[in-house]
Design a binder for this molecule. Structure first.
Ligand code: TIU
Length: 221
């Protein structure tokens, strides 16, 4: 069965059995007040608007039997998987591994590293722990998707121009077709969000397609 979703630059077609929902880095350190993102001076309100529509598409994907995959950005407690350049990034007191308002910043197992409760992974849903921005870098995401016969990805998560864009480009190079859900992705910088979605869909969908959660939910109903 092939379904179609309205999208930029053209309708996005998919077979439910070969489609997955990929939810990227919906972690407290990025989304919640008192987290790493806010400590960096960002307005987390921009990101919080993604939680409700992502929850709605998550419910629809689960009901339709789609594979749901979650990612978390974070590092080993000894930071042995964190490149020195990434570790040195940012102001002192706000670097990866340092104590933040929700525990050590972007360290696996800390409170801020957890996925927000509304979007908690369900039983059996793969969770990919990633040390980088792209979800394919140094992870088994590609193996998980290929072993499930996945060819199309619905993409939600944060932030649009950082981990979402990196992941979509990595996916595109590996032959996966991505539909980025505009209302389920966000940036601390609205302009970067808008321009990133334009870039993805430009040149006939050079990196992917852009749609909405409502249209995916309608297609899956
Ligand atoms: N997940 C993700 O996007 N990680 C970031 O570091 N994003 C920023 O916008 N900084």
């Amino acid at each position: 069965m092939e379904l179609h979703v309205p999208a930029r630059p053209a309708p996005f077609r998919f077979r439910p059995r070969a489609a997955a929902l990929l939810v990227i880095d919906m972690q407290g350190d990025f989304l919640l007040p008192g987290g790493f993102g806010e400590a960096l001076g960002n307005d987390v309100g921009e990101l919080q608007r993604t939680i409700a529509p992502t929850r709605a598409v998550l419910d629809a994907a689960r009901a339709a039997g789609l594979l749901v995959v979650h990612t978390r950005e974070g590092h080993r407690p000894d930071l042995s998987d964190c490149p020195p350049a990434k570790r040195a990034h940012g102001r002192s007191g706000l670097r990866i591994g340092e104590p933040g308002p929700r525990g050590r910043i972007l360290v696996r197992g800390e409170a801020g590293w957890d996925i927000v409760p509304e979007l908690a992974p369900g039983p059996g849903e793969p969770v990919i722990d990633k040390p980088g921005k792209g979800a394919f870098h140094a992870t088994d995401l590609e193996a998980v998707l290929r072993n499930h016969g996945i060819e199309a990805l619905f993409v939600a998560g944060v932030t649009t121009e950082v981990c979402v864009q990196s992941t979509v480009r990595e996916a595109n190079d590996r032959g996966f077709r991505c539909l980025v859900l505009a209302d389920c992705v966000a940036s601390y910088f609205p302009e970067y969000h808008r321009v990133t979605l334009d870039m993805i869909a430009a040149q006939g969908g050079i990196a992917g397609s852009v749609g909405t959660s409502a249209d995916v939910i309608a297609a899956l109903a």
